[in-house]
Ligand binder design. Structure first.
Ligand SMILES: [Fe+2]
Ligand SMILES: [Zn+2]
Length: 375
C-alpha cells in the first residue's frame, strides 16, 4: 500500500478511518487502534520505545475530529486536541505477515550436523545451525566434549538451562537413578519429555557421553508433520486431540509432577504450536468420561502414525559419544531402539527454551546485517 497525494481517498466511519487506494484495495484503521498506537513522544516512553498511553483513558467510541493524509503520513486530531502523526510506512510493515520459521523435512531427512566448537565460537556457524534448528526442529552437534555436565557450556548460545524437577542435568544410563523407562535398556517409543508439566520444556539437548553398546539407535519424529497429515485425513480426530484433556504424571520418591492438558495445541490461526505425547507418562482416565471412546479412536490413529517405522516424518541414526542431539521438543519427538547393555551407554539431558534460541538468532542476524552495512 502506498498512499499517493490526491489519489487515495479517506473515509471516516463511526469506528474506523478507511483509506481507499487507486487499485481498489482498502486499508481499515479502527479508531481505538489508531489512538492506542499513537507514536508520539507523549504516548511512548521515549527512552525504551515502550507504549505509555493507556487505552482506558479514552471512550470506547472515540473518533477523530480531523483526518488528513499525505503521501507519507496520516494526521489525526482527537477530541481532546491530541495530535497523532502516523507514518504510513509503519502500517505497510504491519500488513506483511510474520515469516514462518518451521519447514517440513525433505525426504530421507537426517539431522544436519554442526561442529560443537564452531557452534559456540563462530557466529556464521551459529546462525546457520540455529536457522536450521528453527526450520527443522532438530540438529546434531559433533565433536562435543565427553565430560559430564558439558551441557552447561551451551548457555551462551542456547540461553539458560530450563530447570525441572529430578535433576538440573539428567543422567540416562542403566546404572543410575531409575525413575523412567529411559533408564532401562528397553526401546523408548517416540515422546517428548515432561508432558507432566503445564508448559513442558520447549528444547531438549541429549548429549551422548559414551555409546559402546550394540543397538540403541536414536530416532526423531516430526510430530507436526504427522499432525498435519492427520488433520487432512481425519479432521475430526485432530479436533478431538486439540480438545480432550489427558493426564500425564512423572514421579519418584521425592517428586510428583502432574498436568492435564490436550495433546495438541494450536494458535488462534490454527497453526500447530505443540504436541504433547508420552506413552509412558500418560495416566488412566475415567472410563465413563464423556467423549472417551472418540478420544481413544483419535489417539490410536495418532499413535499408529507416530509408531510407523517407515514414516517420512521419522529419521533414525546412531548418536556417538561426543555427539549431541538438539530438538525443538514441542514439535520433534525423540526415541531410541532397545540396546544390549553389554557396555557403557551414558547420555545426559538438559532443557532450554525456544524463545531464548529465537532471541539469540535475531541478535546474531542483526549483528551480521550491521557488519554488512559497514562493509
Ligand atoms: Fe526422553
Ligand atoms: Zn500521542
Amino acid at each position: 500500500m502506498e498512499a499517493k497525494l490526491d489519489s487515495d481517498v479517506i473515509q471516516v466511519t463511526a469506528d474506523s478511518v478507511n483509506i481507499h487506494h487507486p487499485d481498489g484495495t482498502q486499508t481499515m484503521l479502527p479508531h481505538l487502534w489508531l489512538r492506542d498506537n499513537c507514536p508520539c513522544d507523549q504516548c511512548r516512553v521515549v527512552e525504551t520505545q515502550e507504549k505509555r498511553f493507556i487505552l482506558s483513558t479514552v471512550d470506547a467510541d472515540i473518533a477523530p475530529t480531523e483526518v488528513s493524509l499525505d503521501s507519507h503520513q496520516l494526521g489525526i486530531i482527537w477530541p481532546d486536541n491530541h495530535r497523532t502523526q502516523f507514518p504510513l510506512s509503519i502500517i505497510d510493515q504491519l500488513l506483511i505477515p510474520e515469516p514462518k520459521h518451521s519447514q517440513p523435512w525433505p525426504q530421507n531427512f537426517i539431522p544436519h550436523s554442526f561442529d560443537w566448537l564452531l557452534f559456540l565460537t563462530d557466529n556464521q556457524t551459529t546462525v546457520a545451525a540455529l536457522t536450521q534448528f528453527m526450520q527443522q526442529g532438530v540438529i546434531v552437534l559433533s565433536g562435543a566434549p565427553t565430560q559430564s555436565e558439558s551441557l552447561e557450556l551451551l548457555a551462551p548460545v542456547l540461553g539458560p538451562i530450563r530447570e525441572v524437577l529430578f535433576d538440573r542435568i539428567h543422567n540416562v544410563s542403566v546404572t543410575g537413578h531409575v525413575y523412567n523407562i529411559a533408564h532401562t535398556s528397553l526401546g523408548l517409543p517416540p515422546h517428548n519429555d515432561f508432558a507432566s508439566y503445564s508448559f513442558p520444556p520447549s528444547v531438549q539437548a541429549l548429549h551422548m557421553l559414551q555409546n559402546e553398546v550394540p543397538g540403541g539407535e536414536s530416532i526423531v519424529v516430526d510430530g507436526w508433520a504427522i499432525l498435519e497429515q492427520l488433520r487432512l485425513d481425519h479432521p475430526e480426530y485432530f479436533e478431538i486431540l486439540c480438545q480432550f484433556p489427558v493426564p500425564f504424571r512423572e514421579f519418584d520418591e521425592d517428586n510428583e509432577t502432574y498436568a492435564v492438558e490436550p495433546m495438541v495445541r494450536c494458535d488462534t490461526d490454527g497453526n500447530i504450536q505443540s504436541l504433547r505425547f508420552s506413552n509412558q507418562l500418560m495416566q488412566m482416565m475415567n472410563p465413563m468420561q464423556q467423549g472417551i471412546k472418540q478420544f481413544y479412536r483419535a489417539y490410536r490413529e495418532l499413535c499408529v502414525r507416530i509408531m510407523h517405522r517407515q514414516s517420512d516424518a521419522r529419521a533414525t541414526f546412531r548418536l556417538q559419544g561426543g555427539q549431541l542431539l538438539l530438538v525443538a521438543a514441542h514439535r520433534v519427538l525423540h526415541a531410541r531402539e532397545s540396546f544390549q547393555p553389554v557396555g557403557a551407554r551414558h547420555l545426559q539431558d538438559a532443557y532450554f527454551e525456544l524463545d531464548n534460541i529465537a532471541n539469540k538468532l535475531r541478535q546474531l542476524q542483526a549483528l551480521e546485517r550491521d557488519a554488512q552495512n559497514v562493509r
